[in-house]
Design a protein around this ligand. Structure first.
Ligand code: PLP
Length: 376
């Protein structure tokens, strides 16, 4: 029997047929193997360049002898701790294998092929995947063009226009990846208040800890007022635990109950639970990482200004810079110099590169390589 991808393609679910897989950042080890180089620098996945808190590492090591046991499926201790942190009942919390897992669970709970989800142009790439995988339809609102709100940022009025009887979900990343743009308290609150009761709104706050703008909302405090609100957070970014895969959703307890029906019983492993619990206690470490991120961001954007490049003002731990030419070409040229960043043509931004704020020496290495590449 001869087979080709077409044989299987026509067997698979319609939503999956049209899916483009998520493109992860290139791992350092892969680049070093392919190019025969050493000391490559990865500024491509918005990871914490300082690693996890030493307390989290110690807690992770401590549970290793128990790895033959299943994790506690309820994540009891971590859920209690998160409930205390957010001043919510433990029944409001759903743990995920990274917040991507939670986004996926939400799509499976609320969407069918008869339903639609609304999100913005240039929004986080996991939203279209989660929506299409369940066969639902994505309605994509054009982003701001810079005349009203920040260019490339979510245009809430345009998003509201796409809401209809078939809409069940709205995804908003605040701040958004890869643009780094953010929404202020008033406009976001007005948007949520304007949504009809049959629409759930997901506010993805993956970079919450990094944002220092006074007008940036902690939407977890709005849950009592908006029962259709789901807030997602992660330990992958500022907490430096991306490799362990742990995130969570905050919602009305009844919504959490629905998410729990679909959630795999042991979706969050025991090491991740222990490390996350300890990471929450290391406030000093988190504050230090945030301070270094602020300094690193200044270093990067100052470098861009020196090179005459424009960039999108970002409140996260990454920034999208306009190379003024093919971002893919600059990306490849940077790889040859041992620097991995992220091309974002798949986000409709072919001239931009997304660069994660690294340690100061990594940022300097990237800026030096960029200057050389642009000169060629
Ligand atoms: C990185 C990121 C996430 C987090 O993914 P995890 O699965 O928690 O690692 C979620 N949303 C956005 C917008 C992100 O950039």
């Amino acid at each position: 029997m001869s087979t080709s991808i077409d044989n299987f393609l026509h067997l698979c679910a319609p939503g999956v047929q049209a899916l483009q897989p998520y493109l992860p950042g290139k791992p350092v080890a892969e680049l070093e193997r392919e190019y025969g180089i050493r000391n490559a620098v990865k500024l491509a996945s918005n990871e914490n360049p300082f690693g996890p808190s030493p307390l989290a590492l110690a807690a992770a090591k401590e549970v290793l002898p128990d790895l033959s046991r299943y994790p506690e499926g309820s994540g009891y201790l971590l859920v209690e701790r998160l409930a205390e942190k957010h001043q919510l009942e433990p029944s409001c919390i759903t743990l995920g294998n990274g917040s991507n897992d939670v986004l996926d669970i939400i799509a499976r709970v609320f969407l069918t092929p008869d339903h639609e989800a609304v999100f913005s142009q240039h929004a986080f790439a996991v939203y279209p995947i989660a929506v299409q995988a369940v066969g639902a339809t994505a309605r994509i609102a054009p982003a701001h063009d810079g005349r009203h709100g920040a260019a490339y940022g979510h245009d809430l009025a345009a998003m509201l226009e796409l809401i209809g009887p078939a809409t069940r979900l709205v995804f908003i990343a605040n701040p958004n990846n890869p643009t780094g743009t953010w929404l202020g308290s008033d406009e976001l609150e007005q948007f949520i208040a304007a949504l009809p009761a049959h629409v759930m709104v997901v506010i993805d706050e993956a970079y919450f800890e990094y944002v220092e703008q006074a007008d940036y909302p902690d939407t977890s405090t709005w849950l009592a007022r908006f029962p259709n609100l789901i807030v997602t957070r992660t330990f992958s970014k500022a907490y430096g635990l991306a490799g362990l895969r742990i995130g969570y959703a905050l919602s009305h307890p009844d919504v959490a109950g629905l998410l729990n029906r679909v959630r795999q019983p042991f979706n969050v492993n025991s090491v991740a639970q222990a490390a996350a619990l300890a990471a929450l206690d290391d406030v000093d470490y988190l504050q230090q990482c945030i301070m270094f991120n602020r300094e690193g961001m200044t270093q990067l954007v100052t470098g861009f200004e020196t090179l005459g490049l424009s960039y999108i003002k970002s409140v996260g731990n990454f920034v999208a810079v306009d190379t003024g030419r093919s971002g893919a070409d600059v990306f490849t040229a940077l790889l040859q110099k041992g620097v991995i960043v992220r091309p974002v043509a798949n986000y409709g931004m072919p001239g931009h590169l997304r660069v994660t704020v690294g340690r100061s020496e990594e940022n300097a290495r990237f800026l030096g390589a960029l200057e050389l590449v642009l000169r060629d």
